[in-house]
Write a protein that binds this ligand. Structure first.
Ligand SMILES: C[S@@+](CC[C@H](N)C(=O)[O-])C[C@H]1O[C@@H](n2cnc3c(N)ncnc32)[C@H](O)[C@@H]1O
Length: 279
């Protein structure tokens, strides 16, 4: 134990790591995977981010959920990696494209089974069948970010702020999760706009849903080589071609926060009785 620090405080510190997600151009990551029209979605996840999470936190045959699926990046990468998957998306046009992208993923040899449904992820029990309870091994999702959606999750009748909306989404996921499930939420802050959400909006939403934050990773959306970070996306946040040096600080805007939560069902948290038996 480090310097007499209490065990409880050590356990509450999430691990930090860096994921290199731009070692190949994002166009190459996406090539051939999306039907025409998909590129109109302004906030697609980078495929290598979805794949990295899927490979790290699930096994072939597992069920993966994306409750804010957009045009289906999590879904098609899951199918390609032999996982089954289900996605919910609020906007019907994105749902149609996600379904078509899933079909393409299977045609390209993906062996997982996937489906995309229209619905409101802040009310998941209205959308998903109860047969899915306890079956989801991994959630990989990214809430809306950047103007005009930054700080907003669409609800059926209103817009709610990111932390409140995401808390509702993650709380709705809980009954679907296996006891050992992992929940990955990624957020890209738009480099050209000041942040609207508090920096801890995602951890707060996870905590509000009763999830435990175990990792806070940084996904680098640039190609790291020879001591440089080189942009690999023409349309994405302008990476610092030559990183700016302010004193000893280096800056890049081409990154994504990756929060990893663990589902710890209540029975694990309840203290055993005097005979060591959990209720
Ligand atoms: C950052 S995008 C996700 C993009 C997706 N990962 C992809 O690669 O296509 C967030 C998505 O959440 C959807 N969304 C917003 N509110 C929602 C809600 N209440 N229920 C379901 N989806 C919602 C938006 O329409 C948007 O497509």
């Amino acid at each position: 134990m480090a310097d007499g620090q209490p065990i409880a405080s050590l356990m509450s510190v999430p691990q930090r790591s860096v994921w290199l997600l731009g070692q190949r151009p994002v166009d190459a990551q996406r090539r051939g995977k999306y039907v025409p029209g998909s590129a109109a979605h302004p906030q697609r996840m980078w495929p290598d981010l979805a794949t990295a999470a899927i490979i790290r936190y699930s096994q072939p045959g597992n069920l993966i959920l994306d409750p804010m699926a957009g045009v289906g990046t999590t879904l098609i990468e899951a199918v390609a990696a032999a996982r089954d998957t289900i996605g919910i998306e609020y906007e019907p046009n994105w749902v149609r494209l996600a379904q078509a992208n899933l079909h393409r993923a299977n045609q390209a040899g993906g062996t997982g089974q996937g489906t995309a449904l229209a619905g409101d992820a802040t009310a998941l029990s209205d959308v998903l069948p109860s047969a899915l309870r306890g079956r989801v091994a991994l959630v990989v999702t990214s809430p809306p970010h950047g103007r005009p959606l930054q700080g907003r999750v669409a609800n059926r009748t209103r817009r709610v702020d990111l932390a409140a909306g995401l808390t509702a989404v993650l709380t709705g996921c809980l009954p679907l999760l296996r006891p050992d499930a992992t929940v990955v939420v990624t957020l890209r802050r738009h480099p050209n706009h000041p942040p609207v959400d508090p920096p801890d909006a995602i951890p707060a939403a996870g905590a509000g849903a009763g999830l435990t934050l175990i990792e806070h990773n940084i996904g680098v959306l640039a190609d790291a080589h020879d001591g440089q970070l080189v942009p690999t996306s023409p349309s994405s946040p302008p990476a610092t071609t030559a990183p700016r040096r302010d004193g000893s600080s280096l800056h890049t805007s081409a990154y994504e926060d990756i929060y990893v939560f663990r589902h710890q069902p209540t029975t694990d948290l309840v203290a055993p009785d005097q005979h060591g038996v959990r209720p």
